[in-house]
Design a protein around this ligand. Sequence first.
Ligand SMILES: Cc1cc2nc3c(=O)[nH]c(=O)nc-3n(C[C@H](O)[C@H](O)[C@H](O)COP(=O)(O)OP(=O)(O)OC[C@H]3O[C@@H](n4cnc5c(N)ncnc54)[C@H](O)[C@@H]3O)c2cc1C
Length: 413
Amino acid sequence: MGKLKINHEKVNDEVAERLIKICPFNAFEYQSGRLDINAGCKMCKICVKKGPKGVVEFIEEEIVKIDREAWKGIAVYVDHAGGAIHPVTIELIGKARELAKKVNFPVYCIYPGYQVLDSAEELLHYGVDEVFVYDYRELEHFRIEPYAAVFEDFIDRIKPSVILVGATAIGRSLAPRVAARFKTGLTADCTVLDIKENTDLVQIRPAFGGNIMAKIITPNCRPQLATVRYKIMAAPRRSKKISGKITVCSMEVDRFRSGIEVIKITRKPPEENISESEIIVVAGRAIKTQKDMSLAYELAEVLEGNFAGTRPLVEAGWIEAKRQIGLSGRTVKPKLIITLGISGAVQFTAGMKSADYIFAINKDPNAAIFKIAHFGIIGDIYEVVPKLIENIKAIKGMAGRTFTKYAAPVSRH
Ligand SMILES: Cc1cc2nc3c(=O)[nH]c(=O)nc-3n(C[C@H](O)[C@H](O)[C@H](O)COP(=O)(O)OP(=O)(O)OC[C@H]3O[C@@H](n4cnc5c(N)ncnc54)[C@H](O)[C@@H]3O)c2cc1C
């Protein structure tokens, strides 16, 4: 990395105007004869290359080599609400153990909260070496400043090489703040994680709209931070035996200062979440009208599953955004997923390819979805799906029953 330096003695009205014009990000501000660069700067350096000579300079930052030996262990942030641990935490513990084994690191958990010791013990059933609990009334509800302060204390104290955070609403807010505080890298929404012998974390995620899988490393900074969505990694089995230990940490309460005061907590009514479903029927653009969505609804109902869709159906307003699967939607890992007339674009498959069984129906034998499907039918969904529904009904002894949980039953073509 580096930074841009403005040589102010070379700035005048004409120079400022030229720079303002060439910057594609409107990152120059010229006020009262002073030129400044604002937060819009993307470091494209066009001002250095094409701007008036010598006015803006790029200063390379000296790379300070980190001492990898000083940073040991893989830590997982315990995502929770009032001690109810989000299952992404367990999935990340599983991944942390796998990575730790390769480089002979311990696995830690960092757990800020209030009266959370009992739930911290539960983590010892999953092979964690040490759970660091910060148990303070000030940490009862998630507030960004005190939680970031806990992270800072933990990192200074333990010096973990890697920190994994669930890509939940809390994790997505906390991880970037911690990364910025330690001037280190953070890769969001990793889909694959590996570790090199030299302890560099290999963070892999789709980039450029899913057209490439980017491999990201942070060789010059520690700790290395990554967020991972729920249902991307496999959760380890709970062992009956416990191992590891709990360490209760203390900190000066002063450091929990916050500009946020939690006045009242109102619980949202529980929402249906497709990520929790074991069977999902997904509708694709092959569905011609909104009324025909009943094909997916009824198949989902007879299978006692849920329904979802690809992005075009969300854009058409036929399904809610929370039912979109893919890179910009939800990630799911059901036992069975049935795709109805879906091509298999990478942006869609990124959100479902870890399903145990993928069953695709598409009339195009060359559709990419068949490359990842375990089973498939090459055919028209308008012919195949009604037959499938009838057959399932016959097998389950549901013949003649209508299903209206999601919407009106299928109108046959
Ligand atoms: C940054 C970015 C993020 C994105 N995120 C997402 C995302 O999260 N989720 C998502 O879904 N998409 C996402 N997309 C869009 C994605 O690229 C695809 O455009 C989309 O997934 C295509 O949806 P589809 O398969 O339903 O439609 P299509 O690609 O149009 O495929 C329709 C398929 O139906 C088949 N077909 C047509 N008629 C029939 C029939 N009667 N019977 C059987 N088969 C039939 C066709 O052969 C075709 O294969 C994203 C794109 C970008 C750029």
